[in-house]
Design a protein around this ligand. Structure first.
Ligand code: ARG
Length: 462
């Protein structure tokens, strides 16, 4: 099998070397982008008079045949042609003859592969933005139904203050909003065309890179050919944004695992999103959030792997950079699966409002509010904090909650206590009292929901 670059060589490539240096096993995923890029490239070449329009039409015809063969699954990838670029070029020449050899005029695989990767990521990032929005929609739906649902809010996984379930879920809405913004923002650095950079220094042909960019829908063109073929920061940015997104999704997953446990029973995941145990008939396992949580590891790994590959590489292209692909594909696949499952899993979970309510009735998470109560009666916050600490201790020792103490018991601590303390202590009132901007009171949650609709561009009413 003769190589496209065989001229300078006198010996066949060692088979193990072929296997080792090839990337076709995985970069075939870029086939469509590669052909799309080539179609634009030959169009531009003919417009600039570098090739004739008859040659351009013939090459396009050939590329479309190759594309059909790839899409129908007939295409035979050959490791001896190393990567997707040379597999396609070889197939083109086989299809239309030597004129196919004009396709690679004024370009190199270095700018070609970078172009394919940019195109791939622009598509994926746009797709993930819509997937994130689906997750946000599911969150908003649950939040709308649970503005008044009280559950314990935790710090250190210890009961802290009662919050609304809507508030808790909306916290994730904003995390995902920032994830979406990060992806959106990355597009202006990703939607930039490297093609025409040649191997590293540009080309002697009178090409028009801005025309190629226009044909491919790129918003900009790399102004430095060496930068265009050398950097992979656009992939690192994707991997890093993906890592942050996975981290957020894994925290929510973790909460789903905890909340659906026998100990909490705050939610129940839909049967269709759980699996059973092969030995324990009673089990209903939250495998999906568990796996999502775990798969965060591979996404972080892919980020670190590429950071390490690139560290210390001299300009311009180095073969090391072929190692940029598998982690990127793997991350895209991992994100896709996670986002697609998270949205319906949130939408179909049952929120056990009674259990949440019971939980807040059986804790001391209203303690801050009596501290505030005494402050309003004239005590300093420090003094009041100390006194409420003693009241909590007293209650624990007498196996009571703060709402179970009598006014007389309260008065033994300070005569400042009046009958109205009991109203202040009710969990729903504790929640309703947090009216500061961004707080958990239903009125503030409604403000938040309005903002959320605005970000999702949904014109619904609360
Ligand atoms: N398969 C190669 C890669 O992924 C394409 C670029 C090869 N360039 C070269 N000069 N060997 O990086």
């Amino acid at each position: 099998m003769s190589k496209l670059w065989g001229g300078r060589f006198t010996k066949e490539t060692n088979k193990l070397v072929e296997e080792y240096t090839a990337s076709i096993q995985y970069d075939k995923e870029l086939a469509e982008e590669d052909i799309e890029g080539s179609l634009a490239h030959v169009q531009m070449l003919s417009e600039c008079g570098v090739i004739s329009s008859a040659d351009m039409l013939e090459i396009k015809r050939g590329l479309n045949i190759v594309l059909e063969n790839i899409q129908s699954g007939e295409f035979e990838y050959d490791v001896s042609h190393e990567d997707i670029h040379m597999n396609i070029e070889k197939a083109l020449i086989d299809e239309i003859g030597p004129v196919g050899g004009k396709l690679h005029t004024g370009r190199s695989r270095n700018d070609q592969v970078a172009t394919d990767m940019h195109m791939y990521l622009v598509k994926k990032v746009k797709l993930f933005i819509t997937h994130i929005e689906a997750v946000q929609q599911a969150i908003v739906k649950q939040a709308e139904e649970h503005v008044e649902t009280v559950l314990p809010g935790y710090t250190h996984l210890q009961r802290a203050q009662p919050v609304s379930f809507a508030h808790h879920m909306l916290a994730y809405f904003w995390m995902f909003e920032r994830d979406k913004e990060r992806f959106q923002d990355s597009l202006k650095r990703t939607n930039v065309l490297p093609l025409g950079a040649g191997a590293l220094a540009g080309t002697t042909f009178p090409i028009d890179r801005h025309r190629t960019a226009e044909l491919l829908g790129f918003e900009d063109v790399y102004p430095n050919s060496m930068d265009a073929v050398s950097d992979r920061d656009f992939i690192l940015e994707f991997l890093s944004n993906a890592s942050i997104l996975m981290m957020h999704m894994s925290r929510l997953s973790e909460e789903m695992v905890i909340w659906s446990s026998q100990e909490f029973q705050f939610i129940e995941l839909d049967d269709s999103f759980c699996t059973g145990s092969s030995i324990m008939p009673q089990k209903k396992n939250p495998d999906v959030p568990e796996l999502l949580r775990a798969k965060t590891g591979r996404v972080y790994g892919n980020l670190f792997s590429l950071l390490t590959v690139l560290k210390g590489l001299p300009l311009a292209y180095n073969k090391d950079m072929q190692e940029d692909k598998e982690g990127m594909f793997d991350t895209a696949k991992t994100l896709d699966g996670a986002l697609k499952l998270l949205a319906p899993m949130i939408a179909t979970m049952t929120v056990k409002t009674e259990n949440m309510k019971q939980a807040v009735n059986e804790d001391y998470s209203n303690a801050t509010d009596i501290a505030d109560y005494l402050v309003n009666k004239g005590m300093t916050f420090r003094e009041s904090h100390e006194m409420i600490g003693k009241i909590v201790l007293y209650s624990i020792q007498h196996q009571k909650y703060l709402l179970d103490l009598t006014l007389q018991e309260y008065k033994t601590f300070t005569p400042l206590f009046e009958e109205d303390v009991f109203d202040i202590l009710k969990p729903a009132n504790v929640m309703n009292a947090r009216k500061s901007y961004g707080g958990t009171s239903p009125e503030q949650i409604k403000v938040q929901l309005e903002l959320a609709y605005h970000h999702l561009k949904v014109k619904e009413n609360v």
